[in-house]
Write a protein that binds this ligand. Structure first.
Ligand SMILES: *Cc1c(COP(=O)(O)O)cnc(C)c1O
Length: 398
């Protein structure tokens, strides 16, 4: 690549990232090594001191990881990125690098389950207070903004009702109060092909690359992207000293492979999801459909503003109780019952019996999760086959 030139998204997802590749292999090599050697102890010392560039140890950096770090950063319009062993590893590195005891975070009340656990049980142990608010109404944040606020954190779309948060509105309100507040967005549900939070005023983005970025259901991984200064901190403190959650070179290689088709996959995930959402909307057993591509969807206008496509995630509410919903899903022949998302296979998750099994009927109600709520990650199969599978599975519900 010519570093002086500007390239389109598809070109960047294939070519961005510095390849140190003396054999001129088309696909970058896997540097499956824990450590790196020096010609002399003095050179080793210079690499430690940073006066000479060079790899030292793979918990800090590794050439195979650098490729995907630069690639994901370029796709998100960020200066820099760091790869981590999981999405939660990325979130922990970003948060540990942003707060100390006594600081406060304002987070949306709807978060990925383990992120909520980290913020709620985890950070409170470290003396960091998290205020959970509904950021789909950004003014809800005002009450909690103070000189202690260091981070504003949210996902959009949120899990499982796909609620959207207006990135620009939240970022500008936080920055107006204090430009130093770090606005961090979990962009897992969209991938950078559909949404680039930094373009809308966010300061950093975290990803579970386990999902769309890798896209093939065979890797657990994460990324943080943002300014050079922040990513340096996430690397040299967040990952190296605090979490140690470093990605393996082999998994970085698989991510580089998956990324090559990100735009094509997101186009197909979105077009399949739109047709499936329209099918659900017309189905008599379906009470409600949550999908950013439907005009009936509450966040439709925000979707138009910040998402280039409606994405591959749909939630529906069936007119059925927990047992009847479970029985219908058990009849699926093609679609798989599984958590996670963003894979080639269509995945179906029943919150009341799976992810939220510990919730009582009342707790489910308070969390806005009905017994018939089903989350679908539309896969890449032929859409006629996906629809036919739901049609036969839901036949007895009518
Ligand atoms: C899966 C997920 C995570 C956690 O990522 P892991 O790779 O499983 O650690 C965080 N946020 C969102 C929105 C997710 O879907």
């Amino acid at each position: 690549m010519n570093k002086e030139k500007k390239y389109g998204f598809a070109t960047m997802q294939i070519h961005a990232g510095n390849q140190d590749n003396s054999a001129r292999a088309l696909c970058g090599p896997i540097y499956q090594t824990s450590t790196f050697t020096f010609d002399t102890v003095q050179q080793g010392g210079a690499c430690f001191a940073g006066s000479e560039s060079g790899f030292v140890y793979s918990r800090q950096s590794n050439p195979t990881l650098n490729v995907v770090e630069e690639r994901v950063a370029a796709l998100e319009h960020a200066e820099a990125g760091i790869a981590t062993a999981s999405g939660i590893g990325a979130i922990a590195a970003a948060i540990y690098s942003s707060v100390i005891s006594g600081d406060e975070i304002i987070a949306d009340e709807t978060l990925y389950g383990c992120t909520y656990a980290m913020f709620n049980h985890g950070l409170s142990k470290l003396g960091v207070k998290v205020h959970f608010v509904d950021l789909s109404h950004p003014e809800n944040m005002k009450k909690y903004l103070s000189e202690k606020t260091k981070v504003v954190y949210f996902e959009t779309p949120c899990n499982p009702t796909l609620k959207l948060v207006d990135i620009e509105a939240v970022a500008s309100m936080a920055h107006e109060y204090n430009p130093e507040i770090r606005v961090i967005v979990d962009n897992t549900f969209c991938s950078p092909y559909i949404q680039k939070p930094l373009d809308h005023g966010a300061d950093a983005v975290v990803h579970s690359a386990t999902k769309y970025i890798n896209g093939h259901g065979d890797v657990i991984a994460g990324f943080v992207v943002g300014s050079n200064e922040f990513i340096d901190r996430c690397r040299n403190f967040g990952v190296v000293d605090m979490t140690g959650a470093v990605l393996s070179p082999f998994n970085a290689f698989l991510i580089a492979r998956g990324l090559k088709t990100l735009d094509l996959r997101m186009e197909r995930h979105s077009s399949n999801a739109l047709k499936l959402a329209q099918f659900f909307e017309a189905h008599p057993a379906v009470e409600k459909v949550y999908y950013p591509g439907l005009e009936s969807f509450e966040g439709y206008d925000i979707a138009k503003k910040q998402m280039s496509l409606p994405g591959g995630m749909i939630s529906i509410e069936l007119k059925a109780d927990k047992e009847t919903t479970a029985a219908a899903l058990n009849k699926l022949e093609l679609c798989k019952i599984a958590v996670s998302l963003g894979d080639a296979e269509t995945l179906v998750e029943h919150a009341a019996t799976m992810t939220h099994f510990t919730y009582s009927a009342e707790e489910l109600k308070n969390a806005g999760i009905s017994e018939g709520l089903v989350r679908v990650s539309a896969g890449l199969e032929n859409i006629e086959d996906i629809i036919a599978d739901f049609e036969q599975a839901f036949a007895d519900l009518i």
